[in-house]
Design a binder for this molecule. Structure first.
Ligand code: ATP
Ligand code: MG
Length: 245
């Protein structure tokens, strides 16, 4: 008599499980951040026949199953998405242009990350904002040194270098709006969509640096090994964008 084993229950998520194991395809892992990117990626996934079966706001799980046994979603911080995809912790991911520029600047170009598609989701802009009583134009004209607080140091450095403005950059990890209000900085470089956060903190947008949207990123090795599935996914995403925009 044989004792039943539960190997299939304890097998790693990417491993073989059950009797159909021989034909089962390798796991496809998609890295997403919670919030707007997750929400706005769902309709694109649906177009590819993929439905995430758990709500990230209601579970503490970091790996979410989908209706397809060989597709899963991993939840990571927005700034960690390129790192996961570049190093193969995920095959694909969705990341903002802001995050991708900073990641490339910190990782000598971030080789191994392929960006096949601008998904046109999580749209906003990168802007310079100051306190209403700070005369930004005058400071720029006079050639004053401006103290700029931001999470986006690569974008900010390039922007002010292009303008020939001398800046002291202060790196922050969040709540940039607070910096001008406390005297930490004269200006901030931050993401703006409606402008209501700036308004609530009595800041004014004085310069638009660039438009931002989120892109699909793909691990280059995965693109070779799982080519057909990834191509199918890219095609479905592209098709869904055309019908929703
Ligand atoms: P975390 O909250 O984990 O610190 P984060 O604040 O960068 O990270 P989100 O606020 O979820 O993460 O933003 C994720 C991405 O969405 C950003 O990288 C950017 O591309 C985009 N984004 C950020 N703010 C806005 C906005 N106000 N409107 C539209 N898109 C935005
Ligand atoms: Mg946030």
């Amino acid at each position: 008599m044989t004792t039943p084993t539960f190997a299939s229950l304890s097998a790693p998520a990417g491993g073989a499980a059950g009797s159909g194991a021989a034909e089962r395809r390798p796991m496809l892992t998609l890295a997403l951040s919670k919030g707007r990117i997750f929400e706005e990626t769902l309709p694109l996934l649906a177009a590819a026949g993929i439905v995430v079966t758990e709500d990230p706001e209601k579970t503490r799980k970091l790996i979410l199953a989908t209706n397809q046994p060989d597709v899963r979603v991993v939840l990571v911080r927005a700034t960690d998405v390129p790192t996961y995809v570049q190093h193969g912790g995920a095959d694909l991911g969705v990341a903002g242009k802001d995050v991708l520029i900073e990641h490339a600047a910190e990782n000598e170009g971030a080789g191994g990350l392929y960006q096949p598609l601008d998904l046109q989701i999580a749209k906003c802009r990168m802007s310079v904002a100051v306190r209403a009583d700070f005369d930004y134009e005058a400071a720029v004209k006079q050639g004053s040194r401006i103290r700029v607080a931001t999470k986006y140091v690569a974008v900010a450095r390039q922007h002010f270098a292009d303008k020939g403005v001398h800046v002291d950059l202060i790196k922050l990890y969040g709540s940039m709006e607070l910096a001008p209000l406390t005297g930490l900085a004269d200006a901030i470089v931050d993401l703006v969509s409606t402008g209501s956060t700036l308004k609530a903190n009595k800041l004014v947008e004085v310069e638009r640096i660039m438009e931002i949207s989120s892109r699909l990123v793909v691990n280059q090795a995965a693109l070779k090994l799982k080519r057909e599935r990834i191509r199918t996914l890219i095609a479905a995403f592209a098709g869904a964008m055309n019908t929703t925009s």
